[in-house]
Design a protein around this ligand. Structure first.
Ligand code: ADP
Ligand code: ZN
Ligand code: MG
Length: 258
């Protein structure tokens, strides 16, 4: 690794990997028969003991959701695992009634794929690390001055979204600029719309993105320390957040920080 003290801004490159979540537009939810088409509906009207996480309930997988997730994995040139498994991902959050999310961990549906993307610098191949199936959480509505949690007097929870099938698509850290990330996300959205598995509506949250980003001296093959920007819901915010964060990280390193 070169001595960062002698480097200038232009000597750095960004390393970016995206985690994209997509809600499947199946008729019913992932593990119960409640409707999965709940956006804009009266809160808590599409719920049952299963998606409310009542004790003693039995989740039964939605096979259409499994098929659609496999379709996505195949379209992304993934290898399909012959054995796949759901796990409980335990964490406390008030919009998750069970306090765990049913997700996949060591045996995702698809692994090791790629997506070819037309960029301003020509066609690039971004590798896909994994494609897995999980369930969406409920939605918190913060009541107060601004709708932000920090200024809220109290919060309301709507479980209509809880249990909607959610596919997570994790890329390898193959992108090198905010433009790459945007082009990848746009190509992925077009692919998913073509497969007709989701409406991919970023504003309504049926497609969302977490952006992982680090910087390193150009030519280095090691990864720097990454930060993760969660829940980006437009192409513009993805590009702008990455540009801001790349500059911030370079400034930190150039001023001797880490
Ligand atoms: P986590 O378990 O913290 O979510 P992962 O290793 O699963 O982290 O990676 C999540 C995403 O971050 C992937 O898209 C991956 O390519 C990307 N990523 C991992 N390390 C880095 C890094 N140093 N810089 C940028 N992106 C990274
Ligand atoms: Zn239900
Ligand atoms: Mg992550």
């Amino acid at each position: 690794m070169s001595d960062t003290a002698t480097l200038r801004k232009e000597d750095f490159e960004a390393v970016i990997g995206l985690e994209v979540h997509v809600e499947l537009q199946t008729a019913s939810k992932m593990f119960c028969s409640c409707s999965a088409r709940t956006f804009g509906e009266e809160p808590n009207t599409h719920v049952c003991p299963v998606c409310l996480g009542m004790p003693g309930t039995l989740p039964v997988p939605n096979w259409t959701a499994v098929e659609w997730a496999l379709k996505i994995a195949l379209a992304l040139n993934c290898r399909i695992n012959r054995f796949s498994q759901f796990h409980r991902k335990n964490y406390f959050y008030p919009d998750m009634p069970k306090d765990y999310q049913i997700s996949q961990y060591d045996y995702p549906l698809g692994v090791d794929g790629y997506l070819e993307v037309e960029t301003t610098e020509g066609e690039k191949r971004f590798r896909i690390h994994r494609v897995h199936l999980e369930e969406d959480t409920g939605k918190l509505i913060h009541i107060g001055k601004s709708g932000r949690i920090s200024e809220a007097d109290y919060s309301l929870v709507d479980f209509n979204r809880a249990g909607i099938p959610l596919v997570e698509i994790v890329s390898e850290a193959d992108m090198r600029s905010p433009e790459d990330a945007k082009a990848y996300m746009q190509a992925l959205r077009t692919l998913l719309l073509t497969l007709d598995v989701s409406d991919c509506n970023l504003e309504e949250g049926s497609m969302r993105c977490d952006a992982n980003v680090s910087v390193r001296p150009r030519g280095s093959t090691e990864f720097g320390t990454k930060t993760e920007i969660k829940n980006l819901n437009s192409f513009r915010s993805l590009e702008r957040a990455l540009a801001y964060e790349i500059k911030r990280q370079i400034d930190v390193i150039l001023s001797g920080g880490s």
